[in-house]
Ligand binder design. Sequence first.
Ligand code: HEC
Length: 130
Amino acid sequence: MRFLSILLVALGVQSASAADGYPDALAELLVELSDRAERPFDADQGARLWVRETIPDRTCMSCHSEALDKRGRHIKTGKVIEPMARTVNPERLTDVKKMKKWLLRNCKWTFDRECTATEQGDVLVWLAKF
Ligand code: HEC
């Protein structure tokens, strides 16, 4: 279901960025994910996914830090990871390939499986709020 597109058509706007202030790339990816999603995206579910621990000591915060506006540190390599919040890091969520690549990799590491389209959309709409 193209929830986002339907919503946008209903609102009479051209793109999701016009509706939500999302970067174009994020809007594009959300539309793509919504085709495969089971329901409209839910930021609260995204917040829960961020802290979900299905494997001991593995959550999204293991590398990205607890505060989205602060730098994180890669748990294995020790490399600094710039903040996830767009308010302090405007480059965030502006590249479809990058978002896809890292969601795939990070879900596999954190949960030992890929995230569903619904989960990816949830976490993206949640992250986009910061
Ligand atoms: C093992 C370390 C690690 C974990 C755990 C991790 N990430 Fe990441 N993540 C990275 C790295 C490294 C990057 C790429 C560097 C960067 O964007 O600063 C990244 C980038 C991303 C991006 C791309 C952001 C953008 O601007 O395009 C998203 C989205 C993301 N991670 C989401 C998640 C989610 C959701 C989880 C939990 C399921 C998670 N990450 C867990 C290391 C991690």
